[in-house]
Design a protein. Structure first.
Length: 202
């Protein structure tokens, strides 16, 4: 009788043929070898800001089940679990296990979390007079953002924050700046004075 090794890389049918003169018949046995699934895990490439929601993603494997574990006792059986209101405590390595037909495969990804930058905003030329030249803000945020003001009446560029007093109504205005990125919004107050009247002359 001859013995052959089993191919553990592919499904194979084996045939047993008895030696001549033995009281036995030929028999076949098929051994199924299931493929190992692929476990590709990913987290946001750009570190999310603390307080935001983050989705961990696993590449789809049809018919597979998913299991995640991570920092702080995190665990999930969803393919793409969501972490709400992340903080620095959520940062770290997340391990993904993909199981298909009883065959597991592991992958991992690293999540980093950024803390919001505190932004400062000031208009050193405030208070303005209505006949003053345009005034620029001093803003510590180097990225982009949007300026807005309240109440209506102030002439201001929403991209640069430059104020044109000559096109504005006199009053006190609250200016808000919302950064695009991991930074906290900031507010400041400016004043535009009406023209001074001296002996009936502006």
């Amino acid at each position: 009788m001859l013995f052959r090794s089993i191919n553990n890389t592919a499904t194979t049918t084996y045939t047993f043929t008895p030696d001549a003169g033995q009281c036995a018949t030929t028999a076949q046995l098929t051994i199924t070898v299931n493929p190992t699934p692929v476990a590709l895990a990913s987290a946001p490439i750009i570190p999310p800001c603390s307080g935001s929601s983050v989705t961990l993603q696993a590449q789809t494997v049809l018919g597979a089940s998913y299991s995640w574990v991570g920092p702080g006792g995190f665990s999930s059986t969803q393919q793409n679990p969501i972490l709400p209101n992340v903080t620095a405590a959520n940062a770290g390595v997340y391990v993904l296990t993909v199981t298909l037909n009883g065959c597991p495969a592991n992958g991992n990804t690293v999540l980093s979390v950024s803390s919001p930058v505190t932004v400062t905003l000031a208009y050193p030329e405030s208070p303005f007079c209505v006949d003053d030249s345009p005034g620029e803000p001093i803003n510590s945020w180097t990225g982009s953002g949007i300026y807005s003001s309240s109440p209506v009446g102030l002439s201001m560029d929403s991209d640069t924050g430059v104020i044109d007093p000559s096109a504005s109504l006199p009053g006190v205005y609250q200016i808000s700046y919302t950064p695009v990125g991991c930074a906290t919004p900031v507010m400041t107050t400016i004043t535009v004075y009406p023209p001074v009247i001296v002996n009936g002359i502006f």
